[in-house]
Design a protein around this ligand. Structure first.
Ligand code: CA
Length: 232
């Protein structure tokens, strides 16, 4: 597995780095949130081990940021404090698991492997017609054609695929993809619709016979992704 460890406690970090590398995993380690965010966005990891309290940041803020950006890499949170409230908050924010310090190395290892297995299974997120939305590759796929997506495009398509055939309102899409606290220009949604339609069109360009879903605007309401057989 490619693992990122974000932990500022030197002794614990050293111990974990050594242990996980001995198990044959590829491990990157950083101590600060700023570093962690940059690495996660630039490099693909299979799992992330994230400490709750960091010198410049807290784990929850990092986690919220990642999930907002559509990055779904499984995250195991480490917390020094055994408070239920924080665990609940962590899990609500999108952590996949947590461990309270101190913990046994074997337990961490077993949980990381379980998270990785689960995410492998979930890599193919949605299939509609002849198009696969692949979460792990963050791409649309059809046969050998692969069209890569930005994190935001992927998040938007993920919402549309999850509700294929239904109308998603503008408010729902903005909330799901940009966050409920979004206060920017709502026309961003139309801009991104243009981007993802262009990406879907690339599949059609590669294979005109492929059944490719299309996104229809429903005036005054929102958008619907569906497979249309008519006119083909
Ligand atoms: Ca810490």
């Amino acid at each position: 597995m490619r693992i990122l460890l974000v932990e500022d406690e030197e002794r614990l970090a050293r111990f974990l780095v050594r242990g996980l590398r001995e198990e044959g995993h590829q491990l990157d380690h950083c101590t600060h949130g700023k570093d962690a965010r940059a690495r996660i966005e630039a490099l693909g990891y299979d799992v992330i081990v994230l400490d709750w309290m960091l010198p410049d940041d807290d784990g929850i803020a990092i986690l919220e940021h990642l999930r907002r950006e559509g990055i779904r890499t499984p995250v195991l949170m480490l917390t020094a404090r055994g408070e239920t409230r924080e665990k609940v908050l962590g899990l609500r924010t999108g952590a996949d698991d947590y461990l309270t310090k101190p913990f046994e190395f074997e337990e961490l290892l077993a949980r990381l492997q379980a998270l990785h297995r689960r995410s492998e299974g979930a890599a193919i997120e949605h299939v509609l017609g002849d198009v696969v939305l692949d979460a792990k590759k963050r791409a649309l796929r059809h046969g050998r054609t692969e069209v890569s997506l930005t994190a935001r495009e992927h998040a938007l398509l993920s919402e549309l695929f999850a509700h294929a055939g239904e109308v998603r309102t503008r408010a729902q899409l903005l909330g799901d993809v940009w966050g409920h606290a979004f206060e920017g220009d709502p026309n961003i949604l139309d801009v991104y619709m243009g981007y993802v339609r262009a990406k879907l069109a690339k599949i059609t360009e590669a294979d005109a016979t492929a059944r490719v879903p299309s996104i229809k605007a429903v005036r005054g309401v929102g958008f619907r992704l569906s497979l249309e057989d008519e006119g083909r």
